[in-house]
Design a protein around this ligand. Sequence first.
Ligand SMILES: [Zn+2]
Length: 177
Amino acid sequence: MTAKSKEFPGTALSRKDFEEGRVLFTTWDPNARYAWDAGVAIGRYLAELKNGRLIGRKCRKCRRIMIPPRMFCEHCFRPTDEWVYLQDTGTVLTFSLCYVTWDVKRVKEPLIPAVIEIDGASKGMGIMHLLGEVEPEEVKIGMRVKAVWKPPEEREGAITDIKYFKPMTNASMTNDQ
Ligand SMILES: [Zn+2]
């Protein structure tokens, strides 16, 4: 007898007791069905991604424009007020060169996850995505980038409707601004 079984009287069961049928038990596979709703703010955000647009929410009190959008301002403790379309361009706030995939496989060419401050949103407001069409050693904080979208027929209302963000050339800066 261990100290624990003295403390809580009873008969400890082992896996072997179950395997050898010394205990009455049953198995049951739950038929669990989930209907997951993204909510009002993220629902609209995802729908707009399918349209090839980024959208945020504005709080009139603190005047922040937030992306990803939310229906509630955590600064002012009140509901946000309006939808605001944003540009699909931005600035790299931080990034990483990542030599393992999400399921921990080694890769030779690094993935480049980055936080991108989106143009039109308040300072520091951004989303996390991947950078592409850029050499890892060329990525810099403060770099200007633009979304590369999947073709409309391939979009499904997901953040992956943007394939990645690529550096803005001087030509694309003039075109977009
Ligand atoms: Zn606010």
